[in-house]
Write a protein that binds this ligand. Structure first.
Ligand SMILES: NC(=O)c1ccc[n+]([C@@H]2O[C@H](COP(=O)([O-])OP(=O)(O)OC[C@H]3O[C@@H](n4cnc5c(N)ncnc54)[C@H](OP(=O)(O)O)[C@@H]3O)[C@@H](O)[C@H]2O)c1
Length: 327
């Protein structure tokens, strides 16, 4: 019977989460019984969506839910063999037994690192792909703004827009991430919103206005973009991270959508599952030919997971934030 360490939420944070909100707990995990597998998690995803769940949705005194990639280490289940890689939503834990429900087998691309399946070639990349092309109805050569452009979703959205021949402005919160977006990714303009007021900087960076704003932030970024939208512009609303700690994020100029006939549409990635095959084909090719680049911030060991989530909310990640548990 293996021991598994898990991260539990032990109290609901007010404002930014802090280490005392979490506990590292050791649990016995049963060996696989008939019809079951025992899975060892290798990589855990750290996502902004975990923060609203700390306020409501995440059970106290239980392992934090979230995306993870694991390996089957015992199998008494016909559908899985020892060594299979499986994605799951069981989150911040080292081992678990399962009857197979909620497990998806992953066949890794042999020409790419395994970790890219946790971001650019996985959920965050798919969110960017469908959010921009399907929800945002991006057309070649348009004027585009992407917020949190140094992060997992934003960096992919910004690069897809570049591949489509668009003029692309990205915002981020550090000089290092801004330099990567400017010098490595080749965005047309980059704003460090912590160094310059977003409203004025976006006005200067968008002389032809905006056709698409891929919104990961809400609040002041959405307000700034609403002032720049061209007629029939689109705003796919992917996230509202500026409000996740406080529970609110206000926008005072929503009425701008009227005369500019702007479409503002929230979405979740499951809205466009029919595009998953196209996404996998396109993204694998773009990653291999270097047209999509990525950064990863990987912390080691389950005990580091709460700090990774706290750091994510504070912008300490460049690209995708992951926790590695085993190789
Ligand atoms: N709709 C969906 O299906 C879906 C799926 C996945 C993710 N999302 C959303 O997409 C967004 C990005 O997610 P991700 O996984 O790619 O995370 P990420 O961008 O890799 O990491 C989050 C980043 O948000 C930025 N941030 C934090 N507080 C901020 C604030 N008050 N104002 C502006 N930026 C702030 C930080 O970067 P800076 O250095 O730039 O501040 C931080 O690094 C989130 O809003 C998330 O909820 C939506």
């Amino acid at each position: 019977m293996p021991k598994s360490r898990e991260i539990h939420l032990i109290q609901r944070p007010t404002g930014a989460p802090k280490p005392a909100d979490f506990a590292l707990v050791e649990r016995d995990v049963a060996d696989a019984a008939d019809g079951q597998v025992l899975v060892e998690n290798l990589l855990m995803s750290v996502d902004p969506a975990m923060r609203p769940r700390l306020t409501a949705g995440q059970a106290l005194e239980e392992a934090m839910l979230g995306g993870a990639l694991g390996r089957v280490v015992q199998s008494k289940h016909d559908g899985f063999a020892v060594g299979d890689l499986v994605t799951n939503r069981l989150g911040f834990r080292e081992y678990f037994t399962s009857d197979g429900k909620g497990l998806t087998k992953l066949t890794p691309d042999p020409d790419l690192p395994l970790t890219v399946h946790m971001h650019a070639l996985g959920g965050t990349g798919f969110t960017a792909y469908g959010g921009l092309l399907h929800i945002g109805q991006l057309k070649d050569g348009e004027q585009v703004f992407v917020s949190t452009a140094g992060g997992a979703v934003g960096s992919v959205a910004a690069q897809i827009a570049k591949i489509k021949g668009c003029y692309v402005v990205g915002s981020t919160g550090s000089d290092a991430k801004a330099a990567w977006l400017r010098d490595v990714v080749g965005l047309d303009a980059v704003i460090n919103y912590k160094a310059q007021p977003i409203r004025q900087a976006l006005e200067e960076a968008t002389p032809k206005g905006l056709d698409v704003y891929f919104d990961n932030v809400g609040g002041d970024h959405l307000e700034a973009a609403l002032r720049r939208m061209n007629t029939l512009g689109r705003i796919p609303v992917c996230g509202f991270i500026s409000g996740y700690n406080s529970g609110h994020s206000s926008v005072s100029n929503l009425s701008n959508i009227i005369y500019s006939r702007v479409t503002l549409r929230g979405f979740v990635a499951t809205d466009f599952m029919h595009l998953y095959g196209d996404f996998q084909r396109d993204m694998a090719a773009w990653l291999k030919d270097g047209r999509v680049k990525y950064q990863e911030t990987i912390v080691e060991g389950i005990a580091a997971a709460p700090g990774a989530l706290i750091g994510l909310m504070a912008g300490e990640n460049s690209g995708k934030m992951l926790v590695r548990l085993a190789n």
